[in-house]
Write a protein that binds this ligand. Structure first.
Ligand SMILES: [Zn+2]
Length: 87
């Protein structure tokens, strides 16, 4: 029986502790640690993508507000011009 490639332990029982037979180079503890870390990495990546998407959405929102205020300003100017022509 081999040793764990990560910690050197001999506690490698592929048929025990809910192992599915993969990662045969890891002991029982490192097997589950590896799964937990992979899961955590995936979640961190997802959270980063979500944060980036939110950031982009906020920027889009800001740009939309600026554009809207410009449109409002032009509309006001036009109304003022129309008024000054009338009088
Ligand atoms: Zn190990």
């Amino acid at each position: 029986m081999g040793r764990c490639s990560r910690c050197g332990s001999y506690a490698i029982n592929h048929h025990l502790h809910g192992r599915n037979g993969s990662r045969r180079d890891l002991c029982d503890v490192c097997y589950w640690r590896d799964i937990a870390e992979t899961f955590a990495d995936d979640r961190i990546e997802l959270l980063q993508q979500l944060a980036m998407a939110e950031d982009a959405a906020n920027k889009g929102d800001k740009a939309r507000k600026v554009a809207q205020s410009l449109v409002d300003e032009v509309t006001d100017l036009r109304a003022e011009l129309a008024l000054s022509k009338e009088t």
